[in-house]
Design a protein. Structure first.
Length: 437
């Protein structure tokens, strides 16, 4: 991992862009072109053979995307990054590159629903097996790792319950077994926590959420922290250490080395072959968002804590799942790993009335959710707008009661993602809606 030479706020506004082009635009331009013209046939041949780095075709990359990659790599303290069309694509290409040849993955079961579908369904089709464990159980991680395990995966902060990962414990177990650690830092954001400082080797993002920040554009990024040495056990990692036939027997580890070879494999194989490319326009939108990342996340974090504290003393609220509250199971981990602020995505449970019955519970939840006016009913997080969702009938609707219990959610659990509105308006909105039950 490399230390950023400048502060976080400076990096989020400036890193990766050099305005000394003939057009000298102050702000990064949108390179909206499908392809690039070569100076000569010799140049074209060198770029195609990876002997020379250069723009080729926008499925592989664009200059706007390269700025985004350098910027996110700097914010996460990594050495290189690959930006792709969505967070789903970032998780998929990262794990295909590590475990794609029939490898095994150990993952926390506290996961984003789309990741669960990818692991259980599509990866199973590809012959990649995933073992799910409770992320708070070190013995479960330890005993799930096999000789064929090629990655350990978890989210820095899961949702809707906002569990905080014990990064260092999980990383220690993975590294003892020679396995790299991949962390989805979508909810954490590099402003609140940089998983690379706590043992992560690769950090993935749904840039759709806090990095973009305005709910306008899909994107995903994977950052290589430059910490995992695939060359130390070459038999285990032939995708890096054996000849890469499509490039005339070039060996990625020799040509690119630690901290760069992973991005080269992801781009030249998985993005090139499967095509989940980031559009230059979306890359630019995400860059615009990142310029205010720390300001937005600090504000959202403070607002979320104020909402959580307010809800915790509300008579219609049975429980608040927020690690910023003393007494929360993950409060200690939040104090240890999140000194700059707590997550702005969290949830709370309504009290149940005495009548009981599932239909009554749903009607009770609907009365509250449908009464909200400032909070918007949207299946997204990390937007400038405050968002509400009901996991049991939306993101987690495919779970049965036992699975819901394992995930820590009930029929009355309501998820909030704090936006940038006035906190007083958000509190008044919640109070008005809760008065309906
Ligand atoms: C949204 C999300 C994803 C998937 O990202 P998309 O950009 O929607 O494809 C992955 N992980 C987490 C934690 C998310 O919230």
């Amino acid at each position: 991992m490399t230390e950023p030479t400048r502060g976080f706020s400076t990096a989020q506004v400036q890193t990766g862009y050099d305005s000394s082009t003939p057009q000298n635009s102050a702000v990064p331009p949108i390179h909206q072109t499908a392809a690039y013209e070569f100076a000569s046939l010799a140049d074209a041949a060198d770029i195609f053979a990876l002997r020379q780095i250069g723009n080729l075709y926008s499925r592989s990359s664009s200059p706007t995307q390269l700025i985004l990659e350098q910027r996110v790599a700097a914010l996460e303290g990594g050495t290189s990054a690959v930006a792709v069309a969505s967070g789903q694509a970032a998780v998929a290409v990262t794990l295909l590159a590590l475990a794609g040849r029939g490898g095994h993955i150990v993952s926390a079961h506290q996961l984003y629903g789309g990741t669960v579908d990818l692991f259980q369904d599509t990866f199973a089709d590809f012959g990649i097996e995933v073992t799910f464990v409770d992320q708070d159980d070190p013995d479960a991680w330890r005993s799930a790792i096999r000789p064929t395990t090629r990655a350990v995966f978890a989210e820095s902060i899961a949702n809707p319950i906002a569990q905080v990962l014990d990064f260092e414990t999980v990383a220690q177990i993975a590294h003892d077994a020679g396995v790299p650690v991949v962390i989805d830092n979508t909810v954490g954001t590099p402003h609140l926590v940089r998983p690379g400082e706590h043992g992560a080797d690769f950090v993935v993002h749904s840039a759709t959420k806090f990095l973009a920040g305005h709910g306008t554009s899909l994107g995903g990024v994977v950052v290589d922290q430059g910490t995992f040495d695939f060359g130390a056990d070459p038999e285990r990692w032939p995708q890096f250490t054996a000849p890469y036939p499509r490039f005339g027997d070039l060996v990625l580890w020799e040509r690119f080395g630690i901290g760069q070879a992973f991005a080269a494999l992801v781009k030249t194989k998985y993005v090139h072959d499967l095509g989940p490319s980031l559009s230059p326009f979306n890359a630019w939108q995400i860059l615009q968002g990142i310029e205010t990342l720390d300001l937005r996340v600090s504000r959202q974090s403070a607002t979320a804590l104020a909402l959580a504290e307010h809800l915790a003393q509300h008579p219609k609220v049975a429980a608040v799942h927020h690690p910023g509250l003393p007494g929360n199971r993950w409060h200690g981990l939040a104090e240890r790993y999140l000194p700059r602020g707590v997550p702005s995505v969290f949830s709370f449970d309504l009290t149940e009335d005495d009548a009981g019955g599932t239909a009554d519970v749903h009607a009770r939840v609907a009365r509250v959710v449908d009464a909200l006016e400032v909070f918007r009913l949207v299946a997204n997080i990390g937007d400038a707008r405050s968002l509400v969702s009901h996991p049991a009938s939306m993101t987690h609707s495919h779970l049965n009661a036992a699975q819901r219990a394992t995930a820590g959610i009930s029929l009355t659990t309501i998820r909030l993602s704090a936006g940038l509105e006035d906190p007083a308006d958000l509190i008044a909105d919640l109070d008005r809606a809760l008065a309906r039950i």
